[in-house]
Design a protein around this ligand. Structure first.
Ligand code: 6PG
Length: 255
């Protein structure tokens, strides 16, 4: 089932497998159109168990040839303050599920470094890397990523933008840091900010499981959700917003 209003599309898939396949199809389509138009595809990866299934699928032999990886550049929406080889690292998850499995050139992967002394320094360093990358491609203002993948937490967070945290108010920086909120592991996070998320050409949420049904309903059909739930504030100004759900996550939606 698909419903579209304005720039927002809600797609409800039968189950997690269909969700992963539908998301992978859209990543392939976005990559083809970006590479055709501008010669590169910039893809921001998310942490979380739902995106991981999509990454693993894209690395399968029948999918891997559908994206021109040599013209694709990978970035991260958020990272936990752990080393890249740590079990809790978002980079590690994406590397194992997709980047290593699909033999992506490591030079095309801009991960969020976590080796500086503070998360604030890590955020600054990542922002400088992003600015340098985009400046090298002729962009000086906010970066317009071709596609940003995001997950959704039960508390309404996305990336590492947690309810009530100061990171939600950041408007000047592209990257900031946050205390972890309720989400394990209890380590600080580095995260892209709303201005960057909302400047993307396309943002695709990947959400599965009955445990997410209430928050999905509140965000997509509740009143004044934006004030309370960070994920509701992700609304690309001129880009496309897709909420990709499985039936369990979408089962409280009325429309
Ligand atoms: C992280 C994430 C976070 C995640 C959601 C949903 O670092 O954990 O980037 O925002 O995407 O918590 O995660 P699940 O898909 O595992 O529920």
């Amino acid at each position: 089932m698909t419903s579209t209003s304005g720039q927002r599309e809600i797609v409800v898939c039968r189950d997690g497998a269909e969700l992963a396949a539908e998301a992978a199809k859209r990543i392939v389509a976005a990559s083809q159109s970006a590479i055709e138009q501008r010669g590169i595809f910039t893809l921001v990866l998310s942490g979380g168990s739902t995106p991981e299934k999509t990454y693993s699928l894209l690395a399968q032999p029948e999918w891997v040839g559908r994206v021109d990886w040599s013209h694709t550049w990978f970035f991260f929406g958020d990272e936990r303050m752990v080393p890249p080889a740590d079990l809790n690292s978002n980079y590690r998850m994406a590397a194992r599920a997709l980047l290593e499995a699909a033999h992506i050139d490591p030079k095309h992967v801009l991960r969020i470094g976590t080796d500086a002394a503070t998360p604030a320094e890590c955020a600054k360093t990542y922002e400088s890397q992003l600015r340098a990358f985009f400046a090298g491609h002729g962009v000086t203002g906010l970066p317009q990523f071709d596609m940003i993948l995001l997950g959704l937490g039960n508390d309404g967070h996305s990336a590492s933008l947690f309810p009530g945290m100061p990171a939600l108010k950041e408007t000047a920086s592209w990257v900031t840091w946050s205390r972890p909120g309720m989400l394990p592991p209890p380590v600080d996070r580095i995260t892209l900010t709303f201005p960057v998320l909302n400047a993307a050409s396309e943002v695709m949420f990947l959400v599965s499981g009955g445990g997410k049904a209430t928050i999905v309903h509140k965000i997509l059909e509740g009143e004044a959700a934006g004030d309370k739930y960070p994920a509701a504030r992700v609304r690309p100004a001129s880009g496309k917003l897709v909420w990709m759900l499985d039936e369990a996550a979408g089962n409280l939606l009325k429309n």
